[in-house]
Design a protein around this ligand. Structure first.
Ligand code: ASP
Length: 375
């Protein structure tokens, strides 16, 4: 699969760079002319929870910087990503969602597992069994999602006093959602049509369950069962392609995250009366792309990296960062939808160019789905 691997990687990298440039254009059109410097006295009036949550994220970023030692932060981020490829403790890597490490460990185990004709290794049988049980458990948990999302949103709205925040968040949300919308409904369908000459609307309609799951969970990792199911069962992507392209995408392909990081720093800069020149913007694009590759596929994982992008652009985080933290529950859901769409469209394009047949007798996802129907 070295050719598939190369093409997948190039696809993921180019969509991330396209996403970053699109976010910059949207910011130049919306944030630069519209966002005026906030009055510091007014900013000081932000509610206590906004200020303290912002400060705790800033200190998390400080701890990350400190652990870098002498390195520059961009290099530190690259090094951390490379470090995660070889986990020092596989159980810890599994528990803390370091999917790159888990995948590389899986590859090494796969190399050494006995795959003689007609013999099924107990490790493979055990993994199959664990997968089935875990998927059943996830489906059972998912039954509670509407209630869980609803109660979580109530808690956030009460905690942050949205009436006070409303004055700050307008352009931040408008610029963020506009860029995500363009990426999801203009850039992806265009790439899909150009690469496959097929109707993107049908493909996108079929991934709708994965999109809603992404919105509900704000985690590409938790959405993975749906992403795989939509690709294999609804869009007829061969299991062989889907089970390679999608887990890799969940780990390294986060276009929505990359865009969010750029929009946040643009907004922070102009809300504090600063400007960004061409050099700083290019540095932001590179840093945001690298950060998105290293972001874990769990809720609000990328929030902390706003500090990294702000730093390369010379923008202090300040109290206004608390506003970004306070509305991240909503922005996170939208960017996770875009992250999942990027992976799914990638699987469709790769399946078109590498029409591998599944010789496997077990239709993995359909099998799991029929079990989940019982639940
Ligand atoms: N929640 C995002 C995801 O799981 C990651 C992030 O941007 O925080 O895809």
């Amino acid at each position: 699969g070295s050719k598939i691997g190369r093409v997948t990687f190039i696809y993921y990298l180019s969509t991330t760079v396209a996403a970053a440039l699109l976010a910059v254009i949207v910011c130049l059109v919306i944030i630069v002319p519209a966002v005026k410097e906030f009055d510091p006295a007014e900013v000081a009036d932000l509610t206590a929870s906004v200020v303290s949550d912002g400060a705790s994220k800033v200190s998390a970023y400080g701890a990350f910087k400190k652990s870098c030692g002498q390195d520059s932060e961009v290099w530190c981020k690259i090094r951390m990503t490379l470090d995660h490829i070889v986990p020092s403790n596989i159980v810890d890597a599994m528990a803390t969602s370091q999917l790159l490490g888990v995948m590389s460990f899986g590859i090494v185990v796969g190399l050494y597992v006995d795959v003689k004709e007609g013999y099924k290794s107990p490790i493979v049988a055990l993994c199959d069994e664990i997968l089935k049980v875990m998927i059943k458990m996830i489906y059972a948990l998912i039954a509670f999602t509407p209630f869980a999302v609803w109660s979580r949103l109530c808690w956030i709205v009460m905690k942050y006093d949205m009436s006070k925040l409303a004055g700050y968040i307008g352009w931040l949300l408008v610029a963020g959602f506009t860029s995500q919308f363009l990426q999801a409904f203009v850039v992806y369908p265009t790439i899909y049509v150009v690469c496959t000459r097929k109707n993107p609307l049908i493909y996108m309609k079929n991934i709708f369950p994965a999109m809603t799951a992404a919105f509900a969970t704000a985690s590409s990792a938790a959405t993975f069962p749906w992403t795989l199911q939509c690709a294999v069962d609804r869009n007829n992507v061969p299991t062989k392609i889907a089970t390679f392209v999608l887990p890799l995408g969940v780990t390294i392909n986060m276009d929505g995250t990359c865009m969010t990081l750029i929009v946040s720093v643009f907004w922070l800069a102009y809300a504090q009366g600063l400007t960004l020149d061409f050099g700083k913007i290019m540095l932001m694009v590179i840093t945001a792309a690298i950060s998105s590759i290293g972001t874990a596929a769990i809720p609000s994982a990328s929030l902390m990296y706003t500090g990294l992008i702000a730093e390369v652009a010379d923008v202090p985080l300040g109290n206004l960062f608390g506003v970004i933290v306070a509305v991240d529950w909503l922005r996170d859901r939208v960017r996770t939808v875009v992250n999942v769409m990027g992976d799914s469209i990638g699987a469709g394009i790769l399946a078109h160019h590498f029409p591998l047949k599944d010789d496997d007798e077990k239709p993995a996802v359909a099998d799991l789905e029929s079990k989940s129907d019982g639940i």
